[in-house]
Design a protein around this ligand. Sequence first.
Ligand SMILES: [Zn+2]
Ligand SMILES: [Zn+2]
Length: 242
Amino acid sequence: MNEKRNSPALFLYFGISAFLTAAVLRFAIEYLQTGKAGFSINDRIFVTLAIGVFLVLIFGRYLASYILRCSVCGKLSQDVMIFKGGRSGRFCREHLIERFRNEFTACSDRMVVIYPSLEMKTGPYVYEYRAIGDIPEKFLQSRFGRTMMKALLSIEGKCARCSRDATVAYFGPGNTLWEFVGMRGKQWDDVPNMEMPAIFRLTCPFCIADELCFSLSRFDGVFSEGIILPHNGSGIFVPRLG
Ligand SMILES: [Zn+2]
Ligand SMILES: [Zn+2]
């Protein structure tokens, strides 16, 4: 995101907006009071309104840029991360990915991880971890849910790519034909009962972190609802529309 704080063009834009807004308001006030439209440009109420609107715009801009900043580097950012315990943090994409990598590789709970494929998607996506205990029973009984549980319960032995213990059942790139599009909000009950290839590999988090980070870093949209990190034990990492 380009940062253009306090540029002359922005001040000009705010000035014109304030002028026009004040003019409309002043017209309305005049019309309501006298039944006539029209006022002098030197009118005291108009000048006060214009200055007031201008200051509100400047303050709003300042407030927005203060709130919407990466908590590490201060760059303007709309990406959010939800940590264990529900605390949220705002990060630029670079620092979002850095934190994701740290937290993801530190997770020792067993999890099913679905490659997000976000490098091919736009829109308000969420990459969300859902603990098994938080997933509705109805979802776990669906074909998709049963496949997820089967994958989770099959985790054992060593990582397919290194000598660490396997803690992840990984549905890698090209393996996610199904999609959470069309679901109503966050309801997992409505996941379509689609056919999906049940091909996954047992890995450790370290060996797939690069692939996941690649996909997350190439996402063209905004993580406005965030990347939701592992919490509450074993679960499923899945992309969905926010
Ligand atoms: Zn940053
Ligand atoms: Zn590994």
